[in-house]
Design a protein around this ligand. Structure first.
Ligand SMILES: [Zn+2]
Length: 362
């Protein structure tokens, strides 16, 4: 009897324990499920909150860097004509007549902020990439550094041309609220920067394209130099310095870009389309030119502010998009140059040309 009672009680206890475990398990699952869902929802909202909480305070704290008395933005209706950009209706800095005040304008939001910061970022990006590649090259080519040095000088020349372009551009956009005369002067510096970058791009392209054809390299380098000097003279002349000459300036730069087609046709004649399609430098040069082209078309047509005037005063205006496309194009091409340098691409080009073996591809 006692034994039977004990058995029943034991069964009851075990059943109760199993039931409790089951209930706890179910409860636990629910709790865990709820907790997971909660976390998921909270993550979702966190992302949304984060987006707003990062974006908004970032702008307001950026604006707090400079005392409010120093901030001088105004609408297009109050801004002198020489300073006005079509379809940009607000966010203009008042004329400062002071370089210190112009410099301080880097630290508050106006319609040139993205233009200044985007290319300032480019300056640091290219300087970082140069130092990274220099140290890697020194370590990688310990015994063959001498033979790789000329190639590295060419890459460094391109990097320097990108740094100059970005730096001159940032300087122009920072100081173009000083006064009309000073703005005109800095605008010329901006053009010189663009020309230097175009020249740097062509020179490296020609160097790689005609690496085994010395006289063609000399011929095209001379040709591009003459065209660049002519464009430089045209760009710094008074006629091209006013805002109405923008379409003409865009045409001058497009003309130089088109003049780069000639050496490309020659490279095509030597190596054929198959080789060009396999060549990472020429491929990436092509992508880079497309990015420049997109930037120029956007810039010349004032897209998107032409269709939504006043909506793109501070962010994503045509000039800002042009800056971003220049940054992307310059980076794309440098990426290809750097990759080719570390993978002995020059040798591959000739190797393929002489033996018809497959070259490296990315
Ligand atoms: Zn610009």
């Amino acid at each position: 009897m006692i034994k039977g009672d004990f058995k029943d009680k034991l069964i009851n206890v075990i059943a109760s324990i199993i039931a409790i475990i089951f209930i706890l398990e179910q409860l636990g699952k629910k709790v865990i499920r709820n907790a997971l869902l909660e976390q998921l929802y909270s993550r979702k909202s966190i992302i949304l909150i984060k987006f707003k909480s990062v974006y908004r305070p970032l702008i307001s704290s950026y604006n707090l860097l400079v005392d409010s008395s120093e901030k001088n933005t105004e609408k297009a209706s109050d801004t002198p004509v020489w300073q006005c950009e079509p379809f940009i209706l607000s966010g203009y800095r008042k004329q400062t007549f002071s370089y210190t005040k112009c410099f301080k304008s880097i630290f508050y939001l106006h319609n040139e902020s993205v233009n200044i910061l985007s290319h300032l970022f480019g300056v640091f990006l290219f300087l970082y990439m140069f130092s990274r590649d220099y140290y890697t090259a020194k370590e990688t080519f310990v015994y063959s550094w001498h033979s790789k040095r000329n190639e590295f000088i060419i890459i460094s020349f391109y990097n320097a041309s990108a740094v100059f372009c970005m730096l001159f551009s940032s300087i122009y956009h920072t100081f173009n609220c000083h006064s009309k005369d000073h703005s005109t002067c800095w605008l010329k510096i901006d053009f010189i920067g663009i020309l230097v970058l175009i020249f740097g791009t062509f020179l490296t392209g020609i160097y790689y394209g005609f690496y085994y054809f010395k006289w063609l390299f000399i011929f095209y380098t001379s040709l591009i130099s003459i065209i660049s000097i002519a464009a430089l003279i045209v760009s710094v002349s008074e006629k091209f310095s006013n805002p109405h000459g923008r379409a003409l300036r865009a045409k001058v730069f497009s003309g130089i870009a088109i003049s780069g087609i000639l050496p490309l046709l020659n490279i095509h004649y030597i190596y054929g389309i198959d080789m060009i399609l396999r060549s990472i430098i020429l491929q990436y040069l092509f992508y880079s030119l497309i990015l420049y082209g997109i930037g120029v078309v956007i810039y010349a047509n004032r897209f998107p502010e032409r269709f939504w005037p006043g909506k793109f005063d501070l962010f994503m205006g045509s000039h800002q998009l042009f800056h971003i496309s220049v940054l992307l194009a310059a980076y794309t091409y440098y990426h290809a140059l750097s990759y080719a340098f570390f993978n002995d691409y020059i040798l591959t080009l000739g190797y393929y040309y002489n033996t018809h073996l497959y070259p490296y591809t990315i």
